[in-house]
Design a protein around this ligand. Structure first.
Ligand code: PRT
Ligand code: MG
Length: 215
């Protein structure tokens, strides 16, 4: 029987730079450089494995609806969107950062009900609901750091790595909502119908990053 075809959805952008070396270590090398190629589907050195290059926020959608069997995306994206529907067998230990609540240095919120600007609306709502604190959440698509500077919001919830972007804008981290890294996710149907090749890939990745995968 020929080996089942596996489609792996990768996040383009900063996670991709760390994903490709990881895949190379398990013998999966794209036939063209995804950073340069205009193709959105790439064949690889393994005839039964192909790669899709999509936005990080689209990876859960491809995997959930079977456009891809597996995917790589940030835990921040999964927390916000996927709600535990996808199998998440492996922390890939790349793309590290923290999801933080931040505000202007030395400033308390002006408003009785603080405003929080973020692209992580669901995660932010859940965080404040768990604390029993009423806030207004304002959806932004990027450059969250700007919002407190023009008093659009009192606080932001955003990703932080070095903290340089916060500092450059006079903001300080107040609390950490979550430690973030990139995760491997699997379509539940593929997990069953293509169990052998999916399991083989998960195990190979787990071995190369030196971790145990979930059973
Ligand atoms: O296209 P789409 O909007 O869906 O995604 P994107 O443009 O946000 O993609 P990209 O390539 O930026 O990748 C985002 C993913 O990378 C996130 O979902 C995280 O899982 C992961 N990641 C890891 C990060 C960072 N580290 C990070 N530092 N994503 C964003 N940042 C931002 C941070 O918010 C800050 O604005 O990078 C900036 C620099 O951080 P400092 O703290 O080092 O200054
Ligand atoms: Mg972007």
């Amino acid at each position: 029987m020929p080996e089942a075809q596996l489609t792996l959805a990768l996040s383009k952008g900063r996670i991709l730079e760390e994903t490709l070396p990881l895949l190379a270590r398990v013998g999966i090398v794209p036939d063209e450089d995804p950073a340069r190629s205009r193709r959105l589907i790439l064949s690889t050195s393994q005839p039964h494995i192909r790669l899709l290059i999509v936005r990080p926020t689209d990876v859960p959608t491809y995997v959930l609806h079977g456009g891809a069997d597996l995917g790589v995306t940030g835990k921040d994206v999964l927390m916000e969107q996927a709600g535990g529907i996808l199998y998440e067998p492996l922390d890939l230990r790349i793309g590290h950062c923290r999801l933080v609540l931040a505000g202007r240095e030395g400033r308390e919120p002006d408003r009785a009900q603080p405003r929080v600007a973020t692209k992580y609306v669901a995660t932010t709502r859940a965080f404040f609901a768990a604390r029993g604190q009423q806030v207004d959440v304002i959806k932004l698509y990027g450059s969250m750091e700007l919002a407190p500077l023009v008093d659009l919001a009192d606080w932001i919830v955003d990703l932080v790595d070095t903290g340089n972007t916060l500092r450059a804008n006079g903001l300080v981290p107040l609390e950490t909502l979550a430690e973030i890294s990139a995760r491997l996710v699997v379509n539940p149907a593929s997990w069953k119908t293509k169990h052998a090749p999916v399991r083989a890939l998960v195990s190979a990745l787990a071995e190369t990053i030196g971790t145990e995968s979930a059973p």
